[in-house]
Design a protein around this ligand. Structure first.
Ligand SMILES: [Zn+2]
Length: 348
């Protein structure tokens, strides 16, 4: 049975970049944010990561046929109803209890069964040993943990990023290329900090409920991607052989065509994608907002090893200033900046 690597974390923490990277490993199939598959893809036919509308993507057609005898067999309204009933952040305290009420349990299992079917089918049609779901939401992970062991072999990669960087990223305008005229949600720094604390605390709770979980700091992933990917492959039970990490460079990853169902624009990237953190927040996030975000996220900041007083210029950036300048697009390795768009253009 394939293991399911669930990438959890607040948005703008690098989960899409990690998902694309893991998708390059032999034996891994990366599905994008399956939580949005039902509405955005099955119902609204948005574009798959491969660039074609969902209904025309051969990969997803095969998954749908295997899982549900075709996507027409999925009652999307029912999935969304179940989702509204069980998979909300406010339901996490109930989901994290040692027992569920009978009604809630029935809904959680019915909802989780849709995901189990997608994971199983994706593994079956590709022969993959590891399925990656970058849905991020802590509430969904809390639902999936209730599935019996034979249904989903769930392992969570809990990805965190410095909340000041996350907050700055959430203030930026980002277009959604798959939906003309729409932009990704934006949050104020204070709201971002509160969400950061809530989501990360909720993900941490999974480990206390016995879910296999490993923490990965986005900054550590960027500093040594090969070490991070090797560690996660090991965590997923995926043995690596010589050459399996050849798609990784010290500061870039080469990605091929993927079929991420939903997620940020990084899912369309093709070719060489720089693994470089966006440190603009150190100077661009106003000092008052930086202090506010720090205060709101202080308890978990310490736990994850982030400084309460961040240096105005990252040590990594200073170090790299000695190296000859490489041509690079401006942007953010979380895939929401112009860097991702440039990578898409360059690769096509
Ligand atoms: Zn596709």
């Amino acid at each position: 049975m394939a293991s399911v690597l669930y990438l959890g974390g607040l948005g703008r923490s690098g989960t899409t970049l990690l998902e694309r990277t893991l998708g390059e490993l032999p034996g891994v199939v990366a599905l994008g944010e399956v939580v949005h598959l039902w509405q955005r893809d099955v119902r609204d036919n948005e574009r798959c990561g491969c660039g074609t509308p969902f209904a025309d993507c051969d990969f997803w057609a095969r998954v749908g046929a295997e899982a549900f005898d075709g996507w027409a067999g999925v009652d999307v309204a029912r999935v969304l109803r179940l989702r509204a009933a069980v998979e909300r952040t406010r339901h996490i305290p109930a989901l994290a209890r040692r027992r569920l009420g009978a009604r809630r349990q029935a809904d959680v299992l019915a909802y989780g069964a849709y995901y189990a079917s997608v994971y199983r089918a994706a593994a079956a049609v590709t022969g993959a040993r590891v399925v990656v779901d970058s849905s991020k939401h802590s509430a969904l992970a809390h639902c999936l943990r209730w599935m019996r062991p034979g249904a989903i072999d769930l392992r969570v990669v809990h990805m965190v990023r410095d909340p000041r960087g996350v907050a700055h990223s959430w203030t930026r305008r980002v277009a959604r290329p798959e939906a003309a005229g729409e932009e990704m949600t934006r949050y104020s720094p204070a709201r971002s900090a509160l969400l950061w604390s809530a989501h990360n605390a909720a993900l941490g709770l999974l480990a206390r409920r016995g879910v296999p979980l490993t923490l990965l700091r986005y900054e550590d992933f960027l500093a040594d991607p090969a070490a991070a990917v090797g560690r996660i492959a090991d965590f997923a039970g995926l043995p690596l052989r010589d050459g399996d990490l050849d798609f990784l460079e010290p500061d870039a990853v080469r990605v091929g065509v993927g079929h991420s169902a939903a997620g940020n624009p990084m899912r369309f990237a093709l070719g060489r994608v720089a693994l470089r953190g966006d440190e603009a927040w150190r100077t661009a996030l106003p000092a008052g907002q930086r202090r506010l975000v720090t205060a709101l996220s202080a308890p978990l900041l310490r736990r994850y090893g982030y400084p309460l007083r961040p240096a105005p210029v990252a040590r990594q950036a200073r170090h790299r200033a000695d190296a000859p300048p490489a041509p690079r697009p401006a942007g953010d390795a979380t895939g929401t900046g112009r860097g991702a768009a440039a990578a898409v253009r360059a690769g096509r």
